[in-house]
Design a protein around this ligand. Structure first.
Ligand code: KG4
Ligand code: ZN
Length: 334
């Protein structure tokens, strides 16, 4: 019998629903929230309210596109955490209510594990074991993946996520939220060697971006005292140099992880994997050092329910279900 699962993602500011049949994604609908743009970051209370507005139409459309009726579903999956509690609650409550009404199992998915399992939505897929670097607005983690549901965190950020560092730097430069893609765009016309910023020395395979953010702030303040138009005049060079530093930090840690583990299959996931300099640097590594590099299609890199559905598929196969007493969990380690 075919296994059909409806999956819901609502951990941050995207409301998404997807349908998976066996291991094939049949639909993946995402509603973005525009409300946060003017605030320079995600406002949790507004995110939660927008999820409530979006969830029914998004689920409805996911079922419609997949051509699946609710009574054909084998299970309902949702992101249990980590994420913003008010946002998670919307998806978790909705999923529980639907599982109860249809009398089918509930599956609770870990958002970060799902980012990694996004690599299995479409070929080419990495083989086990592989290393995965998850880079987004909320996460920076380096993992060793031995099986779909067996992964170990090798290192993670001790403070800001790399996407957050991109966005905060963009804010210092007067660019709107989210600034990561704009830094990428301006950097294309700039010189990555124009300015240099210190690479933080962090033990093991961990990361830290907050000290670097402070040095960027001090650099900009100092330069702007001497020339009030400094940022305006040098925007492409500043963006290229900052981006180069972020990418160097990520690549150096990956090199260290490859050396330490002997694993040369390397995947990246999360919104920052859209960054053109990071992609180019990884591609170069693949050619020079013989790594095999995997980057899921963009729609599966940013937050989406297809990756939740993929994780739910593996959990269903192993009989890993949740009870209706399950709680949304804002902080949840892998
Ligand atoms: O995975 P994602 O959509 O959402 C979560 O944070 O979970 O990632 C969003 C992050 C933002 O910080 C955004 O600035 C960053 O990804 N981002 C980029 C690029 N595209 C998105 N950062 C650098 N360069 C890009 N091209
Ligand atoms: Zn995410």
């Amino acid at each position: 019998m075919q296994i059909t699962i409806l999956a819901i993602e609502s951990s941050c500011d995207d409301t998404s629903a997807a349908v998976i049949q066996d291991s094939k994604i049949r639909s993946n609908i995402v509603a973005n929230q525009e409300v946060h743009k003017e605030y320079g970051g995600v406002v949790p209370e507004l995110a939660s309210r927008a999820h409530q507005q979006h969830i029914i139409p998004v689920v409805d459309q996911a079922l419609k596109v997949a051509g699946v009726r609710p009574d054909e579903l084998s299970a309902i999956a949702c992101t249990r955490g980590p994420g913003l509690l008010g946002s998670l609650l919307v998806g978790v409550s909705f999923a529980k209510a639907m599982a109860l009404a249809l009398d089918i199992p509930l599956i609770d998915v870990h958002h970060m594990k799902a980012h990694i399992l996004a690599h299995f939505i479409e070929p080419p897929v990495p083989s086990f074991p592989f290393l995965c670097l998850t880079v987004s607005g909320g996460h920076t983690q380096l993992l060793r993946v031995d099986a779909p549901l067996q992964m170990t965190v090798l290192g993670e950020t001790l403070d800001d996520a790399v996407g957050e560092a991109f966005d905060k730097t963009a804010k210092l430069l007067g660019l709107p939220y989210p600034g990561g893609p704009l830094i990428d765009r301006y950097a294309r016309q700039g010189n990555p060697q124009a300015f240099s910023f210190p690479i933080p020395q962090v033990e093991g395979l961990h990361f830290s971006f907050s000290g670097l953010k402070t040095s960027i702030l001090h650099f900009l303040q100092k330069q702007s005292r001497q020339d009030r138009q400094f940022i305006e005049k040098h925007l492409p060079d500043i963006c290229a140099s900052v981006q180069h530093t972020f990418v160097q930090i990520l690549i150096q840690k990956l090199e260290q992880a490859v050396k330490q583990t002997g694993i040369t299959e390397v995947g990246i996931a999360g919104g920052v994997s859209a960054n053109s300099a990071l992609r180019a640097a990884l591609q170069q590594k693949a050619e020079q050092a013989g790594w095999r590099v995997f980057i899921p299609a963009m729609q599966y890199c940013t937050d989406n329910a297809a990756m939740i559905a993929m994780a739910a598929h593996y959990q269903y196969m192993e009989g890993k279900f949740a009870s209706l007493q399950m709680h949304a969990t804002a902080r949840w380690s892998i």
